[in-house]
Design a protein around this ligand. Structure first.
Ligand code: ATP
Ligand code: MG
Length: 138
């Protein structure tokens, strides 16, 4: 079993899609190990997406991620990191495979509904960003 971190982004929460997306993830075999609804501060969003600091979309991405509440979850299943990326679909919803979360719920390359860790190493770092060890007992 492996764990990964997902964030239902502010567009999903504002549209009332969090329940639908959680259903979708559970139907794909993910167990919700921990869940938090919170509004990211600017400093938190900047730190979370630090790897993109030099990209032209960074300040817009930080503004988007702080515009309203998000739902962060620790998810568990076999090959969780790779499988979540598959179930999410491509970053740009125009390229996302039919039936993926982004094909169903994203409205643009920025407002794309969901985040998922991109490697097992980053999953551990991102899980620790949102959850304490006591939250992750399973
Ligand atoms: P995430 O890290 O949120 O799971 P991702 O790994 O599919 O998404 P990244 O390249 O890590 O994509 O980009 C992080 C986020 O930045 C994207 O999900 C999207 O919200 C935003 N983003 C990426 N590329 C662009 C772009 N060209 N224009 C605007 N926003 C973008
Ligand atoms: Mg990414």
């Amino acid at each position: 079993m492996e764990r990964t971190l997902t964030i239902l982004k502010p567009d999903s929460v504002a549209a009332g899609n969090s329940g639908k997306i959680i259903d979708h993830l559970e139907a794909e075999g993910f167990e919700v190990v921990a869940i938090r609804k919170l509004r990211l501060s600017e400093a938190q969003a900047q730190a979370f997406y630090e790897v993109h600091r030099e990209r032209p979309f960074y300040s817009s991405l930080v503004a988007f991620m702080t515009e309203g509440p998000v739902v962060a979850m620790a998810l568990e299943r076999e090959n969780a990191v790779r499988k979540l990326r598959e179930v999410m679909g491509a970053t740009n919803p125009d390229d996302a495979a039919p039936g993926t979360v982004r094909a169903l719920h994203a409205s643009s390359i920025e407002r794309n509904a969901i985040h998922g860790s991109d490697s097992p190493e980053n999953a551990l770092l991102e899980l620790a960003f949102f959850f304490s060890r006591a939250d992750l007992v399973g």
